[in-house]
Design a binder for this molecule. Structure first.
Ligand code: BGC
Length: 246
């Protein structure tokens, strides 16, 4: 089965059709820059363009950097506030005619890693974190996702973890790898004290550079880089949509 996966990120909105049995992209990924003011209308226009680009009329799976309940956006930490309360699935469906599943971006990336990547066949407690503009989280028990966890909100030193240890913090504050890893360790230690995972998977754009920092991360659980890199969101969204459209 083929599903169009769309990944809405802070800097780019990317899409590709995915064969969900093999998790392979069946056409080259297409990316359009995220509108500076990323209101529902502006983002929906970009999604229309992506769908036209692939001449697509089948099902769509789409990631979104927020809590999503029954298609409705519930939070807006790093996106325009006007998204709150919008039914994103209905919005995309009404603009494109494509049946759409919307899900949290880290959940989607986690699904891809659990089914085809770094978490494949792991039956324990697995926590995936994406480090980007924010910190995304997805937790799996025996391969089963508990959706919409927001562990980036954990308060550390009077701030949300994602305001101290995201990839954006590293670049904006000019942190050396060691200083950034120190903050990430503090966050992961809190996660371990609460959940005692068997495995951490570290994803997000920064996972491409894991040779710079992974050896600096000290956890009791095993810790590995994500394997699907910048395709995890697209693939995971398509897999998740495939499950409900089947
Ligand atoms: C959002 C999460 C999202 C994460 C990564 C956070 O700011 O609250 O829902 O998964 O960023 O994009």
């Amino acid at each position: 089965m083929e599903i169009l996966g769309i990944d809405i990120g802070g800097s780019g909105i990317k899409a590709a059709p995915v064969n969900i049995t093999t998790a392979k992209l069946i056409a080259e990924r297409h990316r359009i820059v995220t509108p500076e003011i990323s209101t529902p209308d502006a983002v929906a226009k970009v999604i229309q363009k992506l769908i036209q680009h692939f001449d697509w009329n089948g099902p769509v799976g789409c990631t979104f950097p927020a809590v999503i309940k029954q298609g409705i956006i519930k939070t807006a930490a790093n996106i325009d506030n006007s998204w709150i309360g919008v039914n994103g699935e209905e919005l995309i469906h009404s603009k494109t005619g494509c049946k759409t599943l919307l899900l949290n971006d880290a959940d989607a990336a986690g699904i891809a890693e659990m089914e085809f990547g770094a978490g494949k066949d792991n039956k324990g407690v697995v926590i995936m974190h994406t480090f980007g503009t924010g910190i995304g989280s997805a937790i799996f028990v025996n391969g089963q996702l508990i959706p919409n966890t927001e562990f980036g909100r954990l308060e550390i030193r009077c701030k949300e973890a994602e305001q101290r240890a995201s990839s954006r913090n590293r670049t904006e504050e000019g942190l050396k790898w060691k200083s950034w890893a120190w903050r990430v360790n503090e966050f992961l230690a809190r996660m371990e004290a609460l959940f005692w995972p068997d495995l951490f998977i570290i994803g997000g754009g920064i996972s491409r550079k894991h040779d710079q920092f992974l050896h600096l991360l000290k956890t009791k659980a095993d810790i590995v880089p994500a394997q699907m890199l910048n395709q995890a969101g697209i693939i995971g969204a398509a897999i998740a949509a495939g499950k409900i459209h089947n």
